[in-house]
Each structure stands twice: as C-alpha cells, then as structure tokens.
Design a protein around this ligand. Structure first.
Ligand SMILES: [Zn+2]
Length: 331
C-alpha cells in the first residue's frame, strides 16, 4: 500500500515538475536552479526505485565528468548526464536505433525505459534516463554492497566504482549537491609565492614535464584541501615524496606533493572539505622514503582529469589564481 502511495505521489510531483525541465534549456538555468532540478529528479527516483538519491547523484556526477573529458559523447540536453549509446538504449538488433517505443525496446532487449510515463522511452529525457539507470541498480538491491556490485557489472572498472562511491559518500555526508566552494591550498596569511611553471622540463629521474604549480613557502606551512573530496592516495613516491591525492565530486584529482608530513587523522577514504588541513609544506622526494632537502621547500600542486580510461594533467595555475582572488574578496 505504502509503495503505491509513493508511486502515486511521485507521479504527481513528476507532472508538476515537467514544465521546469522541458520548458527551459539547462544552459539558461542558474547553477542553483540546476542543483534544485537535479535533486528533485534524484529524490523522485529514490521514491520510486528505493535506490538512495546520493548513489544516483554520484553516478550522474561521474558521467558528467566523463562527458566533459571526452569528445565522442554529445552534450546533454537536460540536467542528467548519464549516457546511453543509441544501440544500447534501443537494443543491438533493433533496426531503428532511434526507437522510443517502450514495447519494441523491450522486445529487442534495449535498456531504455519510460520513466515519466509519457508513452516514450527517450534517450535524451532526464526522467527516462534516470529511471533506466535506477531500475538497473535496483535489480541488484538497495544497500551499498549490492549497488557497488551493480556498478562494477556496468562499468567493469574498479576505479569507476571507487570514484562513484567517493562521490556518493560526499553527497550523503553533506546532503547537498552544491559542493563547489574552493580555497587556495596555503593559508593566505602565510608567506608564499608561485608562478606558472606547468609544462617546464624537469631534470631528475629522466625526461619529464612539470605537471603542476609549485607554491614556495616555509617548512611546516599548513597545506589545505582546495575542494570537497575523498582522500584517494597517501604515502611515499620517489618523485613526489610524501604526497596526498584527493578526488573532488567533479572527478578532478588534486595532487599535493613534497610534504614534510601529514595531518593526523587524514587517511585513505577520509572525506575533506575546502580548508581541511591535510599536511605541511616540506622538501621531501627525489629519492628513497624520507629523502628531503634536495630542493627548497614548496608544495607541488597538480590537477588531473579522468575520461573513464586514463587520467591526464592540466594546468592548475589559472584555478589557483582565481581561488586566491575569491578568498581575498571574502575577507
Ligand atoms: Zn612541482
């Protein structure tokens, strides 16, 4: 009985919210409206499929990051970024890959479902896309372990499941989608200096290019997470010395290297916020564990994007400048 009531209620909510999503193109909406619209969709799907909203938000965020990083996927027309290839949506043997008839999709074993009950299963309709993905996950169960198995079967990539789980943890903890605040990695009241050195040649350890920005500061200056995120890596590397890697909810990986030490309680899996102290500036690296002093103390800060297969570095300098400016203005 309760379930039918929920479906009934969500059908009403869905009808009420349709004009919002179909009348206004996503690019004309404010960031606030986009988050509100997405949250409404996730919660509606949670009510119908019992898949917790933060898992849906996490998958959507992961796919948004991947769309941004790849050229072979068209831009989303709506609020939801989960991508289905036409063949997968309509069924590989379906003669018409643009088919939107739910019955023939089912016949040809296409994955697409009609989420908003308008008689069409559309590959570019937010409700249909999200309902299709939520139903897939729900077929595995509703608890975290089963959802993770469903995600593994879908992506066949451990790293994809790890990233999505990290996103889900963040959304669950903060109970909101807007996790866009940023800070500069070094407190502004400390002495520091930096300039754009991305792509410079590096001598030590063979031919490499410099994949980041060096922020010079005194030993033991606090190093702060610039974003909301999950600690994905912590430990020694012969290039980076003591270093920490944090992934944010846009699937950007932030790399902090040459630390003198870590903040206690920071370990793999820890959730951090903009401003959380993670370690301290040092000169570690360029040798076996514990090596330090081979160069002046500085924080090496790198940013990496992921496209679902590989990761690559991009220049963090413009971001650093703008976060620094933003933080100055707030004071
Ligand atoms: Zn560096």
């Amino acid at each position: 009985m309760k379930r039918f009531f929920l479906i009934f209620i969500s059908a009403i909510i869905i009808c009420l919210s349709l004009p919002l999503h179909q009348g206004i193109a996503a690019e004309e909406m404010s960031a606030d409206d986009i988050y509100k619209g997405r949250m409404t969709l996730y919660k509606q799907m949670e009510a119908v499929t019992y898949v917790p909203w933060y898992w849906l938000a996490a998958v959507d965020a992961y796919e948004r990051g991947i769309r941004r990083a790849r050229k072979d996927r068209e831009e989303t027309e709506g609020l939801i970024s989960i991508f289905y290839a036409p063949k997968e949506w309509a069924g590989p043997l379906n003669p018409d890959w643009e088919d939107e008839d739910p019955y023939s999709l089912a016949l040809f074993e296409g994955i697409g479902l009609d989420g908003d009950q308008d008689g069409k299963a559309s590959r570019v309709n937010d409700m249909d896309i999200l309902f299709t993905f939520a139903s897939y996950l729900a077929s595995y169960g509703h608890d975290d372990d089963n959802i993770e198995i469903g995600l593994w079967d879908y992506y066949q990539r451990d790293q994809a499941v790890n990233i999505i789980k990290g996103h889900a943890d963040l959304y669950k903890k903060h109970q909101k989608l807007d996790l866009d605040d940023r800070v500069f990695p070094v407190p502004l009241n400390y002495n520091y200096s930096y300039r754009s050195t991305w792509g410079d040649r590096r001598g030590w350890g063979g031919r490499r290019i410099h994949e980041g920005t060096d922020i010079f500061a005194g030993y033991n200056t606090p190093v702060r997470s610039t974003t909301y995120g999950v600690v994905e890596l912590k430990g020694w590397n012969r290039f980076g010395g003591w270093r920490i890697g944090i992934r944010d909810n846009n699937n950007v990986y932030h790399y902090y290297a040459h630390l003198s030490g870590f903040e206690k309680d920071i370990k793999k899996g820890t959730l951090v916020e903009p401003g959380t102290v993670i370690g301290y500036v040092g000169s570690s690296g360029y040798g076996k564990p514990g090596t330090q002093g081979k160069f002046p103390p500085h924080l090496h800060y790198g940013m990496y994007r992921d496209n679902g297969y590989t990761e690559w570095s991009f220049d963090p300098y413009p971001n650093l400048r703008s976060w620094e400016k933003q933080e100055r203005r707030k004071k």
